[in-house]
Design a protein around this ligand. Structure first.
Ligand code: PEP
Length: 257
């Protein structure tokens, strides 16, 4: 059975103490509920801002199946890149994952396919699991071009990997029109795209790897819609933005499987 994951992308929210309190609260409540002892529960990931990462990682390490990651990394391991953070630095905090190609980074920081290839490479070389984000914009869906857009993002961003590399990648389908808008893809729309992505993987890497690849949905996922999204055959969990900032909501989503 492939891995189920619920991941919280905190984006540029929460001060250090607020972030630490949120991670402590979520872990405490998961622990009290005993939910992490049940193998049926998904893996839980926190993606806090960089400066919270070390402490959030320490808090997560106390609980089985809870991990942390960075929201981005630089392509180079070190050097004169003022203000940047490298994959080896992220790894040195004990974090295990890194988001690559979130639509906000593509849109606001000019991250293109070539840069994302280098970031995936940097992540894997440092034994970090890249959570590779893809998804179409609204005009692209309106023109019924969404499958081609996602196909190109995936082919250009991660299909250069050999099987061993690809095995360590998680994919997050996040339609840009659903991120932070309160408009969610319907379960049918999510399933249709996830099945399409899995088919692409099957054609490239074969049945086994396609079946093993975790594909998350992201875009205004909340406690009310999580269960119907997660019940779809090819939806293996969620990358959650706004609703990951409230312990109650995030825990409800984790329990939605
Ligand atoms: C995200 O930023 O990855 C995201 C899915 O945000 P939201 O849940 O707020 O739409």
């Amino acid at each position: 059975m492939r891995k189920k994951i619920v991941a919280g992308n905190w984006k540029m929210n929460l001060t250090y103490s607020e972030g630490v309190s949120l991670a402590e609260e979520i872990c405490k409540r998961l622990n009290e509920a005993g939910v992490k002892n049940l193998d049926l529960m998904p893996e839980v990931l926190f993606f806090p801002p960089y400066i919270h990462l070390s402490q959030v990682t320490k808090i997560s390490e106390g609980l089985k199946g809870v991990f942390s990651g960075a929201q981005n990394c630089h392509t180079e391991p070190k050097g004169a890149y003022t203000g940047e953070i490298s994959a080896p630095m992220i790894k040195s905090t004990g974090a295990t994952h890194v988001l690559v190609g979130h639509s906000e980074r593509r849109a606001y920081f000019g991250e293109d396919d070539q840069m994302l290839v280098a970031k995936v490479k940097a992540a894997l070389e440092n034994e970090l699991i890249p959570v590779f984000c893809c998804g179409e914009k609204l005009p692209e869906r309106e023109k019924e071009n969404h499958f081609e857009v996602v196909r190109a993002q995936i082919e250009n961003g991660i299909f250069w990997l050999d099987e061993t590399g690809f095995e360590n990648v998680v994919i997050a389908y996040e339609p840009v029109w659903a991120i932070g808008t309160g408009v969610t893809a319907s379960p049918e729309q999510a399933q249709e795209m996830h099945a399409f992505i899995r088919k692409l993987i099957k054609e490239k890497y074969g049945d086994d790897l396609a079946e093993k690849t975790t594909i998350l949905y992201g875009g205004s996922c909340n406690p009310k819609n999580a269960a119907s999204l997660f019940s779809q055959d090819d939806v293996d969990g969620g990358l959650i933005g706004g609703a990951s900032l409230k312990a109650d909501d995030f825990i409800e989503i984790i329990k939605s499987f």
